[in-house]
Design a protein around this ligand. Structure first.
Ligand code: 5GP
Length: 207
């Protein structure tokens, strides 16, 4: 028996919570609801070379940069992970900000794709990977069309990507169903996962 384990969880070490889901599954909203009013869950703001959408704010939704700047950041080792999520479109998780959150004992929420999830687990085996499962690919298609943010061709691309993404499910620790209009119960389920993970004895800080 180790004497360095405290009798109670006086403090638990921070960790990464990765949230992945096929596009259109509503993960952005789930992420927002999770962090709202809870300062111990801090969403990581990714960097991307994608064009900003009208409803998005630079530095809040993403750090929008050009490809040259993104590539310079890769060379500087500024990313915990990065991936080409769509053809020619790069996304990356800034390393320092995430490490700061974990050091302070909080949960760093990474809303990233499946390639990113796998990379994070390789770096931080204690990271918790949650996959939001859509009710069906048909419902996903309807949701993407209704959202009206992409062209038909882009929607087809996203749907075919969703099929590939679902194959990563076994690499994840938890699967949470995210039915349309039931986002609050999805959020409650994830909060339950976080509460349990915080109580994991391996995360207890020695006194
Ligand atoms: P969107 O362009 O719709 O905001 O995001 C497209 C995809 O990129 C989503 O699956 C989103 O989770 C993912 N993504 C966003 N930021 C990152 C990141 O930093 N790294 C990785 N690997 N994927 C990301």
């Amino acid at each position: 028996m180790s004497d360095s384990v405290p009798l109670r969880p006086v403090a638990s070490r921070g960790f990464c919570l990765v949230l992945s889901a096929p596009s259109g599954t509503g993960k952005t909203t789930v992420g927002e609801l999770l962090t709202a009013g809870d300062s111990t869950i801090v969403r990581s703001v990714s960097m991307t070379t994608r064009t900003k959408r009208p409803n998005e704010e630079d530095g809040v939704d993403y750090h929008f940069v050009g490809t040259d700047e993104f590539k310079a950041k890769i060379r500087q080792g500024a990313f915990l992970e990065w991936a080409e999520v769509y053809d020619g479109v790069l996304y990356g998780t800034p390393r320092e900000a995430v490490e700061r959150v974990i050091r302070s004992g909080d949960v760093a929420l990474l809303v990233i794709d499946v390639q990113g999830g796998r990379a994070v687990k390789a770096i931080f085996p204690e990271a918790v990977l949650v996959f939001l499962v859509p009710p069906s690919l048909d419902s996903l298609s309807t949701r993407l069309k209704r959202r009206g943010l992409e062209t038909d061709e882009e929607i087809q691309k996203r749907l075919s990507k969703a099929r590939t993404e679902m194959k990563y499910l076994p690499a994840y620790d938890y699967g949470v169903e995210n039915d349309e209009g039931k986002q609050q119960s999805t959020v409650d389920a994830i909060r339950g996962i976080i509460a349990a993970e915080r109580r994991r004895i391996s995360r207890w800080e020695p006194q």
